[in-house]
Design a protein around this ligand. Structure first.
Ligand code: 13P
Length: 247
């Protein structure tokens, strides 16, 4: 009942010169089985959304402000993302938590703002290597999840992405048992707070060093409903291969 979702996070990569990758992706994925979302930097969002017009592939943002508008120099509101063509937004990515000191309470406000603008919120959680080595992975992820999700979360308005910080951009991935353990704990936490139906319907993505070579194994694990892809989403051929593994 949960449709797989493969989302690409271009992070701070991408210039107009990279737009041919979007055209190539359209050609490679005319009718993808999973839901597919590409999240370019904000500067490219409008052009990427335009390049995807008429395609089932949708565009998304990588962050938004928690206010609808106002004196917030350099920030972008959820409504601005939607206006530029976004259908979704990544929130609470560990790089924003690290680079900008973003706290889960702030993430929750951003999630609410995303919902107000009609965007799907892709809410990221994940422990550091030090936290995992201390045996605190489930506690850290559980605390981030609880504080990052406002009341009102549904299977339709949010997706959870589990991204262990130590697996991002490192080529290291958790063992299958580690992924299944965290995803199962996330689903249990969703069930106890939002009810069994919400938990059963909500997609939980894995992210961190997903490549064409390991995607099928990871996507085949229990409670893995898709993936949030960083580096491998920059090349259409690699990203399309990961989408194919999810289909
Ligand atoms: P990599 O796929 O490059 O490890 O990045 C994962 C990620 O952070 C996606 O949001």
């Amino acid at each position: 009942m949960r449709r797989m979702l493969v989302a690409g996070n271009w992070k701070m990569h991408g210039l107009g010169a990279n737009l041919p990758e979007i055209a190539a992706l359209r050609v490679a994925l005319p009718d993808p089985r999973p839901e597919v979302i590409v999240c370019p930097p904000a500067t490219l969002l409008h052009r990427v959304a335009g390049a995807l017009a008429g395609s089932p592939i949708r565009a998304g943002g990588q962050d938004c402000h928690w206010n609808e508008g106002g004196a917030h120099t350099g920030d972008i509101s959820a409504a601005m993302l939607a206006d530029a063509g976004a259908a979704a937004v990544i929130l609470g990515h560990s790089e924003r938590r690290a680079d900008h000191g973003e706290r889960s309470e702030t993430v929750a406000r951003k999630v609410a703002a995303a919902w107000s603008a009609g965007l799907l919120a892709i809410v990221c959680v994940g422990e550091t290597a030090v936290e995992r080595d201390a045996g605190a992975a489930l506690a850290v992820v559980g605390a981030q999840l609880a504080a990052s999700l406002p009341d009102g979360a549904t299977a339709a308005n949010c997706v959870i992405a589990y991204e262990p910080v130590w697996a991002i951009g490192t080529g290291r991935t958790p063992t299958p048992a580690e992924i299944v353990g965290v995803h199962g704990a996330i689903r249990a936490a969703l069930a106890s707070r939002f009810g069994a139906g919400m938990a059963r319907g909500t997609r939980i993505l894995y992210g961190g060093s997903v490549k064409p070579g390991n995607a099928a194994e990871i996507l085949g694990l229990a409670d893995v409903d898709g993936t949030l892809v960083g580096g491998a989403s920059l090349r259409a051929a690699d990203f399309a291969a990961i989408v194919a593994a999810a289909g």
